[in-house]
Design a binder for this molecule. Structure first.
Ligand SMILES: Nc1ncnc2c1ncn2[C@@H]1O[C@H](COP(=O)(O)OP(=O)(O)OP(=O)(O)O)[C@@H](O)[C@H]1O
Ligand SMILES: O=C(O)[C@@H](O)C(=O)CO
Length: 419
């Protein structure tokens, strides 16, 4: 294994794995820190953790354990993947994890680049945009767990870390890899260790990737990984691995706990012509909605590729959080989806689409998967996944990813009949 990656959630990890696969690297996504050794033919390993919203110490400890395992597999470079919308609170985990990993690797000049132009996320003068809106006006300010109320990534990150945060501005990035490397050295000499790097288009990310060829640690969204496979190829360490997908037959279903704007659109679109069961927070907390009830409903509707969702408008989410507490409610909903995923498999489901990073982490834990083979892309940032050694296909969709018809498209592609 050459490139060792640590993802702070499961959808984000599959987004990164998708980029590496497209770059021609044989990539496996691990669900948590594996027990044994990785297969010898894996070139990039992505250890998916569920550390985006856990307490800081837990996120740091798990990330360092993942680093140790990746080092044992022989990795030469490491990548910390977080969200392209920098999902974190002021007291959040991105800074402390980046700091701990950089110390463990003796790394300075650590790139911080959440940009993902393919999904509309760009960075200019350290400010993160989603499409033509600043991050804090993009809908992310109403995120249920990590409301993003400040678009200045330098400022937000600085709340989270004692390391000094610097900037490699677009005026350097636009001049290519050498200018970027030089700007990073200057920032380092000026005492800045975590360097937010501007990026407006994929071309910038390829250049940043090239500039990062010899850096031990890179952090960011999947975009900044675009240029990394080529670094290994230039050194003759990898070829150009292509993945094929063998369709998976058997029933399909969709579970959605993401409340993002994009997911709410996908839910509305899909439920117009598929059976859908809405999980209401009050009903769940009162015990009127249970896994057993939802499981029975799922079994009855299996032939029509049913959807179970808790996705709701920000006002509804906000009221429920006030009533039950944010953490407690999220935990109850995630546990519900974890258990329902296991039930779905018991009923014979073989193709499962899950929407939302935290939700997908719970779903994969419910399915007790160890490793996921990464297949071709469904929509930007979302690949098809096959559970290692099983005829079971998954699509783990990040909240804001995917076109309106994503759910049906993903189920069709997993089956091998669409795409
Ligand atoms: N109706 C609801 N009321 C309150 N909280 C909810 C509701 N439905 C889901 N949640 C919680 O909101 C959180 C949604 O986060 P999740 O990561 O799954 O989606 P996302 O943030 O849109 O996706 P991503 O992280 O991939 O961008 C989960 O913890 C989920 O349990
Ligand atoms: O980077 C992104 O936007 C996604 O991969 C993600 O992490 C959302 O959970």
């Amino acid at each position: 294994m050459l490139l060792g990656c640590i993802g702070d959630d499961f959808t984000g990890s599959s987004d990164l794995a998708n980029t590496l696969v497209k770059g021609g690297m044989a990539t496996t996504q691990y669900c948590g820190i594996p027990q044994g050794k990785a297969d010898a033919d894996v070139e990039a390993g992505v250890v998916a953790l569920k550390t985006r919203s856990v307490p800081v110490e837990e996120a740091v400890t798990q990330s360092l354990q993942a680093l140790e395992w990746l080092k044992e597999q022989g990795c030469r470079q490491f990548f910390f993947k977080y969200c392209s919308t920098f999902d974190s609170t002021k007291a959040g985990n991105i800074g402390p994890v980046a700091e701990a990993l950089s110390k463990a690797l003796g790394a300075s000049q650590v790139i911080v680049c959440p940009a993902f132009p393919g999904a509309g996320r760009t960075i200019y003068q350290g400010h993160l945009f989603v499409g033509d809106r600043l991050l804090n006006e993009s809908g992310m300010e109403a995120h249920p767990l990590t409301p993003m109320t400040d678009p200045d990534i330098r400022r937000w990150l600085q709340y989270q870390t004692a390391l000094s945060v610097g900037l490699v501005p677009f005026s350097d990035v636009r001049r290519g890899a050498e200018a970027i490397a030089e700007a990073m050295r200057r920032q380092d000499q000026a005492g800045h260790k975590l360097l937010v790097v501007d990026a407006l288009q994929n071309e910038d990310l390829f250049a940043i990737g090239e500039a990062a060829a010899d850096l031990p640690l890179i952090t960011g969204g999947s975009g900044v990984a675009l240029g990394l496979p080529e670094n290994f190829r230039r050194k003759g360490l990898i070829g150009n691995r292509q993945v094929a997908w063998q369709g998976i037959d058997g029933p399909g279903a969709v579970l959605s706990g993401s409340c993002s704007r994009a997911t709410r659109g996908q839910v509305a679109h899909y439920r117009a012509n598929h059976p859908a069961l809405e999980i209401d927070a009050d009903a769940l907390m009162a015990g009127d909605m249970t896994v057993a009830k939802a499981s029975a409903w799922l079994a009855e509707n299996l032939a029509a590729e049913p959807l179970v969702f808790s996705s709701a408008e920000p006002e509804v989410v906000g009221k429920a959080q006030q009533k039950y507490g944010l953490g407690e409610l999220a935990h109850r909903i995630e546990t519900f989806f974890a258990e329902l995923a296991a039930e779905a498999r018991r009923h014979g489901v073989r193709r499962l689409v899950s929407a939302g990073g935290e939700t997908s982490g719970a779903v994969v834990q419910g399915l007790a998967c160890e490793a996921l083979q990464v297949g071709p892309e469904i929509d930007p940032g979302v690949p098809m996944l096959r559970v290692g050694g099983q005829d079971f296909g998954l699509a783990l969709k990040s909240g804001n990813f995917g076109a309106e018809d994503f759910f049906a498209k993903a189920l069709g592609m997993l089956k091998g009949t669409a795409g």
